[in-house]
Design a protein around this ligand. Structure first.
Ligand code: FAD
Ligand code: EPU
Length: 338
């Protein structure tokens, strides 16, 4: 295992920001990680674990050790009449895992098709799309504690999953490298078409009784229309989380903004699409040199080529300020700013 110095991270983040890491190593197996943690020249506190770099914004060079997770492996651990339990290397490409599960006829993650990145990062923010979050099929994960090199197992309860949240973004932030994830998938899939756009797209496709493969195809079609392909235009998906507000506050806003979209969370809380708030503040399609806001999705900040991290951070702050000033709602970044 080789530790390289002054490595360009340009091809390791989907925003395509040109920054350097002081040190970088590829972790192909757990023993590579042990070797790094035993190396006295490495300060474990300086480690940044990187998957596909699709949810990260570098605001400058990284003065530390970047560990690119390449741990592979797909194992069928056990099965019963209803479920299979599969153990996946954290470096596996997420979308390829989804396609593989569909190929086997195992259901539960087809709604999460085409989300970029790795298996290991998926529980990190409890990835979600089109009515499903990974926590619904999550069994447990294995992670190595960077301070001690010890392997720990985390159940779903220990991960404390929430909307775009897990304990790995909270109290455990920066302390572990997730190495393996165990998912529990259904042998007789139950399809989920609760998200309006999915049902509409299936109808356009002429599908009446969708299989998990049809769901995946429909979602790929929707995503390709709405979201920019990071291969063509730098981005990290939704830059902010969708905010949740009190129902009472929502009713007040609705008197002024009668067309404000909303999704009820419970009797007291309502989720508002951040994209709508940003669009109302006239940011959609905004461009200043290489940075901007995507023309089809106001929640996606983009690098048209050659952008610097701090300029994108500044743009994100200007967007936050205008949404706060107009609506009294504070947007919180979903992307990890480093
Ligand atoms: P990275 O960006 O490499 O890392 C993200 C964070 O996790 C960092 O803090 C990193 O340090 C940490 N991390 C990564 N791997 C590990 C590990 N093994 N152990 C410990 N920490 C780790 N997300 C959604 O939830 N839903 C969507 O619909 C969605 N759509 C997207 C569409 C586009 C076009 C893009 C570019 C992104 C989208 N995302 C979406 C965001 C992103 O794809 C996910 O968050 C994904 O899980 C990130 O995976 P990654 O491997 O690229 O993580
Ligand atoms: N909208 C606008 N303007 C826009 C885009 C959307 O007003 O430019 C409004 C519309 O009212 C639309 C609503 O926002 O109905 C929701 O839009 P969309 O279905 O595109 O979803 P989103 O809320 O913007 C969320 C996730 C996505 C996920 C999709 C589908 C967050 C922060 N984002 O986006 O996740 O793919 O739903 O489930 O929750 C990501 O996390 O990176 C990501 C892309």
């Amino acid at each position: 295992m080789v530790i390289r110095q002054d490595v360009s991270l340009r091809n390791y983040n989907t925003f395509g920001i040109e920054v350097k890491a002081s040190n970088m190593a590829l972790v192909d197996q757990e023993s590579d990680l042990s070797a790094i943690l035993q190396n006295e020249a490495v300060d474990y506190r300086s480690i940044l674990v990187l998957g596909g770099g699709s949810n990260i914004l570098f605001s400058g060079d990284y003065q530390g050790m970047v560990l690119k997770n390449n741990i592979l492996g797909r194992e069928l651990l056990k099965e019963d009449s209803e479920y299979v339990w599969i153990r996946l290397g954290a470096g596996e490409n997420w979308h390829r895992v989804v396609l593989w599960a569909i190929e086997q006829g195992w259901g539960g993650i087809e709604n999460l098709s085409l989300i970029p990145g790795t298996m290991g990062a998926a529980p990190m923010q409890n990835i979600g799309a089109y009515g499903v979050e990974i926590c619904s099929v999550f069994e447990s994960l294995e992670a190595v504690e960077l301070a001690t090199g010890k392997l720990h197992k985390f159940t779903a309860a220990a991960c404390d999953f929430g909307y775009r949240y897990s304990a790995f973004k909270g109290p455990f932030k920066g302390q572990f490298m997730i190495t393996r994830v165990i998912l529990r998938l259904r042998k007789q899939p139950i399809v989920n078409i609760s998200y309006g756009a999915v049902a509409q797209t299936l109808e356009q496709m002429g599908v009446k009784q969708p299989t998990i493969r049809d769901i995946s195809k429909a979602i790929i079609r929707i995503r390709e229309q709405k979201l920019p392909d990071p291969e063509k235009i730098g981005n990290a998906g939704s830059f902010f989380k969708n905010p949740t507000i009190d129902r009472e506050f929502y009713q007040t806003l609705k008197t002024e903004y009668t067309n404000i979209p909303s999704y009820p969370i419970n009797d007291n809380l309502v989720k508002i699409p951040a994209a709508w708030l940003i669009e109302q503040c006239q940011w959609k399609g905004f461009r200043k040199g290489p940075i901007g806001v995507h023309k089809n999705q106001a929640l996606v900040l983009v690098n048209h080529g050659g952008a610097q991290g701090p300029d994108l951070v500044q743009l994100s702050q200007e967007i936050q300020a205008s949404v706060t000033s107009r609506f009294g709602i504070d947007l919180v970044p979903e992307v990890n700013i480093v």
